[in-house]
Design a protein around this ligand. Sequence first.
Ligand SMILES: *Cc1c(COP(=O)(O)O)cnc(C)c1O
Length: 385
Amino acid sequence: MELQDLYFRNTWLEIDLDAIAHNVSEMKKRLMNSEKIIAVIKANAYGHGDVQVAKAALESGADYLAVAFLDEAISIRRKGIDAPTIIYGALSPNYVEIAAEQNLTVTVYSKKWILEASRILREKNLRIKIHIKIDSGMGRLGVRSSEEFHEILNLIDSEIFELEGVYTHFSTADELDETYVHEQVEIFKKIIDSMPCKPPMIHCSNSAAALRFENIRFTAVRFGIGMYGLTPAVGIKNLLPYELKPALSFHTRLSQIKKVTAGSRISYGARYQSKEDEWIGTLPVGYADGWLRKLTGQEVLVNGKRVPIVGTICMDQCMIRLPFEIENGTQVTLIGKNGNNNISVEEVAERLDTINYEVVCGISVRVPRIFKRNGKIIEIKNGLF
Ligand SMILES: *Cc1c(COP(=O)(O)O)cnc(C)c1O
């Protein structure tokens, strides 16, 4: 075994690639033959592990990959993934040469960008695939006016650029009120309809839209949060067309257990005080792992039972209150199934006043990832070596 296949700490993430495969193939079943799945693997696949998720997604019906910026794209190329990959963030034209050499697809979001990129690529005699991004109401990246869009079309020299796609992004696809999504679709459609020649990839749907609205998929969907088995928003969970299977679970092991007498203080600030004689367990996980300080009071699972975190969460450790003495080394589940019980990412997100996306993206590289496929461990990735 390579050193990076090992880990020595008692805290780990389990990534169930069978769940990724399920979520992708169920999406694929619902698409028309010509509709493609772009698997969104930015942010180390939402914390799950970019290359491993990319492979599982591609095997299960995904056609394309998407990342946020060039470094993420290079990361998967270095790991041997040569599937078509789009960078949907703003790439500096200065680096368009690197993107072309890596056979990446880039996003055109302004007239200025295409002018600068043209100059550089022409000089180097390189060609690159592009998707033009329309800002139909998100107010983030993209072209806002039809005039600028057509100016860009006219600037596309097919010796330098292969216009493969046009896309936009929704800001409210995960909300119950559909009004604004349809307004965005109308703006997008108008621009598409004005194109004399349509590119093969036209896409607007993120997971929420891909799962909810089958008539606005155009020719591809961008599948992110749903691929990880997480609902795009708690409010639309019961509108989803199939059961999403969460891929990630987060575990640790009891490092010490002690009986403290009534009135004992626990952790920084001495904020927790035991009401009676209590069993206190120490866990080797803390805020530097993404298990944030606000999670004091959150429950974790021990032998299938819920027990609370007590006292301030430290950088590398935190404490729980146990009903009775439990053996050192006992597995404790922070997220996922343990016995007949389960703690969802959404439960943790609610405690943190945030969304499931932020919780999984925030689990740090200090936590080794264990990948399972067909129920067996196939890879261990220690992010520190
Ligand atoms: C992150 C992102 C997605 C994926 O969104 P999900 O809600 O995770 O499916 C799709 N498109 C763009 C442009 C994004 O930034």
